[in-house]
Write a protein that binds this ligand. Structure first.
Ligand code: PLP
Length: 396
């Protein structure tokens, strides 16, 4: 039986041209022409001044968090992390106001650096961070100076509002656009602005399941030249300027290799084509399910998601007829991939002690209970889509 995937890599052939060039010039080791060019083209595509190509989106988020901590608390020379330094000084640890409905990689870097998470409830319009709950969080945690927002499933958060709120509280905004490369927001003045440009520091991912992929990789995007230079320094083992290996800071081996950057250069021209196919998939589901007691994952009118994953929630009163588990089982029987909704951070065993700022709606708990991620692979044919849709219709 043919397997239908949630979201698998789609290669186009040009990737091999860049890889071959890297081989031919023996530029296999980290750095080289492909890395420089991939950074330049990606920064231009998204709309930031600078970029640092890294081994993963998680690495980009880690360095983004480190940059924000450094800006607020200074160099942690001597101590390995800012958290350790503040603890030694008997000071309060940095509080970071984080998206709740996201993948753990968004927020784990706060733990790497010894910060404290406060999770912010989602809203119904986009399933992302609720701007009103963020306002409330600043009342409860006026010491918070960093906001970490993720765009779930390729749907932009209410980024213009969130950016405004962060600014009003003198907080640094970090945007996790790992899932939303190619998505854009309609601003209140009518212009469009890409996700991955709202944060002072922004992260994207080229993991195997993302809208374009380098097999694994990520990028830090920013308009701050010094910050990007610092990220490149940290990502190549933080070697001070000396003839021998001299270190005054903790470094990482996070730099993207020249081969991998070649795959990225081959993929980059296809972002919008992939986005359009993902949109076709979303709209196919939406049309097919219009008479079922389900809703597709929502987005704000005027915004342009990249539709990375299509998801549905089963209406409350229809949960007696079908549950996400039942749909997953019926799909699996036909060799079709699906995935539960990302379990919210405030429900994770790892983060259950962290505070959760809620306005009482508990959107994450609700969507997690009633939702499922549907196959959103851009290689899906019309027949594949029909099979998925028929399988789900049969469940009701
Ligand atoms: C994939 C993903 C990441 C991590 O990216 P990697 O390249 O896999 O390290 C971070 N945040 C979100 C929301 C993601 O979906």
């Amino acid at each position: 039986m043919k397997k239908i995937y949630l979201s698998s890599p789609t290669m186009h052939g040009e990737e091999q041209k860049y890889i071959k060039e890297a081989f031919d010039t023996n530029w296999i080791a980290p750095l080289g022409k492909n890395v420089d060019e991939f950074e330049r083209q990606m920064a231009e595509f998204v709309g930031t001044k600078y970029a640092a190509a890294l081994t993963s989106g998680t690495a980009a988020l880690h360095l983004a968090t480190k940059l924000a901590f450094k800006e607020l608390y200074g160099d942690n020379k001597g101590a390995q992390t800012v958290g350790e330094m503040l603890r030694e000084q008997g000071k309060e640890l940095p509080v970071v106001l984080c998206s709740d409905m996201t993948f753990a990689a968004t927020v784990n870097p706060v733990a790497y650096e010894g910060g404290k998470h406060v999770f912010i409830e989602s809203e119904r319009t986009t399933w992302n961070m609720n701007p009103e709950a963020l306002e409330e969080a600043f009342k409860q945690y006026p010491q918070a100076k960093i906001v970490l927002v993720a765009n779930l499933y390729g749907t932009p958060s209410q980024l213009e509002e969130i950016q405004k709120i962060a600014k009003a509280h003198n907080a640094i905004l970090i945007e996790d656009a790992a899932e939303s490369l190619g998505a854009s927001v309609r601003m209140s003045d009518g212009t469009k602005r890409n996700t991955g440009t709202f944060g002072k520091y922004n992260a994207i991912s080229f993991n195997g399941n993302k809208i374009i992929t380098t097999s694994g990789g990520g990028m830090l995007l920013s308009d701050d030249a010094d910050a990007v230079l610092k990220a490149r320094f940290w990502s190549t083992q933080a070697r001070d300027d000396a003839a021998w290996y001299e270190h005054s800071e903790v470094g990482y081996n996070y730099r993207m290799s020249n081969i991998i950057a070649g795959v990225g250069l081959g993929q980059l021209p296809y972002i919008e084509e992939h986005r359009k196919k993902k949109e076709w998939i979303y709209n196919y589901y939406k049309e097919a399910f219009k008479n079922l007691p389900v809703e597709m994952n929502p987005y704000k009118e005027g915004d342009t998601p990249n539709f990375w994953l299509s998801c549905l929630t089963i209406n409350k009163d229809a949960m007696k007829i079908a549950t996400p588990e039942k749909l997953a089982k019926l799909l699996a029987d036909k060799n079709i991939d699906s995935r539960p909704i990302w379990k919210p951070m405030h429900l994770q065993p790892l983060y259950k002690k962290a505070p959760f700022v809620s306005l009482g709606d508990k959107v994450g708990d609700d969507v997690f209970a009633r939702g499922i991620c549907l196959p959103s692979d851009i290689k899906n044919t019309e027949e594949d889509m029909q099979l998925i849709v028929d399988t789900i219709k049969n469940a009701f």
